[in-house]
Design a protein around this ligand. Structure first.
Ligand code: SF4
Length: 532
């Protein structure tokens, strides 16, 4: 029998099943679940994909899509009278511009595709890229499998051999290998994975959970898409190993609402493992996100899983102690967990030695002005030049690069030798983040790129902290004033002060990182902000 907790957790999916927040839907869901109508409406209205049911086509306006001409696609769709809106980011930066059609992302959409659909937005899917081709370029081609942890080009392995090996080793030895590997969270913070595993394992007896954060929406980042499409075996096996190590049976997979094809890939993989029994009695529960960038923050994601608005929690307590439904919870992003089977099979020392300036390999995404945008598994600590070489080289001359998605700001070409790792980028005033590198060449408009990212953060602030809610709007408006002709002194004088307040007064990383695109551009590209 469904508990109150279960009913609450269902409300977002029920709103989705009824077509989103159209009149009467919140009341019906309230009637069906016993959750107050105001709470149903309050939670569902937080999520873009539920709150705007009339928008049927969403053009991604992330930086790489904008560089690739998303504005033209949007204009053409508006002119055709389509029910169109914008979103960011669809994790298709390598196949830009991208469009969300229902819950499926269509990559590589051109204005001509809109014309070919002849006024019917439903027909857009027919002229788009088929599902299998949403897979982008991955590499490096020819790299030996024993130098790769994620091995995107490798054949899926359904044997469960890493899980069996973990069972042989036992939980303490598995955690010791993760520790020895030096595996750091690949979602942005770089927190040592073994510390989380030990913490969850050491909690008093009772329920505990493992959660997969597959809701990474950082503009410039699309590696989760490749992993879920190509290597769902590694993701599920890593989750099963983690669950066994920390004493959990239930694993919740929170997958982006925009990830139709990756969702189906996971469904097939779960069914395959369930049929073979290769992952023993691990219970996988798939949950869809509903379009909220902030749910990539781990505590916001937990709130969403509980059927609430995805607003980050104050920490401490940390999820390892008080997580999903108040129970100890191990949360990892897709890449982190996908590294686990190889570490268990080959050992922590093997993984650690793969890196250049830090442990392991890293899935770097690269898009923008490069010849072969894609996802490349390279030693942690390569430079942007080495990454671009793997991607076929730059298009034009490197002028600027954003090393870790929108949250990392912009660095100038003269810092091209900076290792793309956690420490070196922090020392440079940036961050590795999710390693979604966006390259701008000498034709790019740096100020326009900054404006793009400020709009993104303003749209995605969850609004619970005043410095973030007000600051993101202030910064966007300040830059708009500058671009409209106000002098730097008049328009941007308060930027540093506002950025400091946002950094000090925000609960989560969004508010702390949101000023970085503008602050870093003012620092590294002062000529772009000269008066007159
Ligand atoms: S910093 Fe911004 S996104 Fe994060 S909790 Fe505060 S208002 Fe929400």
């Amino acid at each position: 029998m469904a508990t109150d907790r279960d009913k609450r957790a269902e409300i977002l999916d029920r709103v989705r099943a009824l077509g989103g927040l159209t009149p009467g839907v919140a009341r019906q869901v309230a009637r069906d679940t016993g959750v107050a109508e105001a709470e149903v409406f309050g939670a569902a209205s937080f999520y873009h994909l539920l709150a705007e049911p009339d928008v049927r086509v969403r053009v991604c306006t992330g930086l790489s899509c904008e560089l690739a001409g998303a504005g033209d696609v949007l204009a053409r769709a508006r002119a055709a009278g389509w029910p169109v809106g914008t979103c960011a980011c669809l994790a298709a930066c390598d196949r830009a511009p991208a469009v969300l059609h229902g819950r499926d992302t269509l990559a590589g959409i051109r204005p001509d595709d809109v014309d070919r659909a002849a006024g019917d937005w439903r027909a857009l899917a027919s002229s788009a890229v088929p599902e299998r081709d949403w897979r982008g370029d991955v590499g490096p081609a020819g790299a030996p499998a024993d130098r790769l942890a994620c091995d995107l080009l490798g054949e899926p392995d359904w044997s469960g051999s890493a899980f069996a090996r973990a069972a042989q080793l036992g939980p303490d030895a598995v955690i010791a290998e993760i520790d020895r590997a030096g595996l750091q969270g690949r979602g942005g913070a770089g927190f040592p994975a073994a510390v989380k595993w030990k913490s969850v394992r050491s909690q008093p007896d009772g329920d505990r959970f493992v959660v997969l954060n597959a809701d990474e929406g950082e503009p410039g980042t699309f590696k989760d898409r490749e992993l879920l499409l190509r290597r769902p075996d590694k993701v599920l096996e890593g989750l099963a190993i983690a669950a066994a190590a920390v004493g959990a049976r239930d694993v919740y997979l929170y997958v982006r609402g925009e990830f139709g094809a990756p969702w189906r890939s996971l469904e097939r993989a779960i069914a395959r493992f369930a049929a073979s029994g290769a992952l023993a009695d691990t219970r996988f529960h798939l949950h869809a996100g509903h379009g909220a960038y902030i749910c990539g923050e781990e505590t916001a994601l937990l709130e969403a899983l509980e059927g609430k608005r995805g607003m980050p929690r104050l920490k401490p307590p940390f999820p390892t102690e008080v997580g999903l439904w108040g129970r100890p919870t191990l949360i990892h992003n897709v890449e982190t967990i996908a590294c686990v089977p190889a570490i268990v099979q080959r050992g922590g020392d093997w993984f650690r030695a793969l890196g250049k300036t830090g442990p392991g390999t890293k899935l770097y995404c690269i898009s923008g002005h490069v010849r072969r945008p894609g996802t490349y598994e390279l030693p942690l600590g390569v430079t942007v030049d080495e990454l671009a070489a793997a991607a076929g080289g730059y298009v034009g001359e490197l002028r600027a690069f954003s090393p870790g998605g929108a949250s990392s700001g912009f660095l100038p070409a003269r810092l091209r030798d900076t290792p793309l790792d956690f420490r070196a980028l922090a020392d440079a005033g940036s961050m590795l983040g999710s390693a979604g590198v966006v390259v701008l060449n000498d034709t790019a408009d740096v100020v326009a790129a900054v404006a793009n990212q400020l709009r993104f953060f303003e749209a995605e602030s969850c609004g619970q902290c005043a410095p973030c809610r007000i600051g993101t709007r202030f910064l966007r408006q300040a830059l708009d004033r500058f671009r409209a002709g106000a002098g730097r002194g008049a328009a941007l004088a308060q930027v540093a002060d506002v950025a400091w307040q946002m950094n000090e007064g925000s609960i989560c990383g969004l508010g702390q990182a949101a000023p970085l695109p503008l602050v870093s551009a003012l620092r590294h590209f002062p000529e772009e902000f000269a008066d007159g």
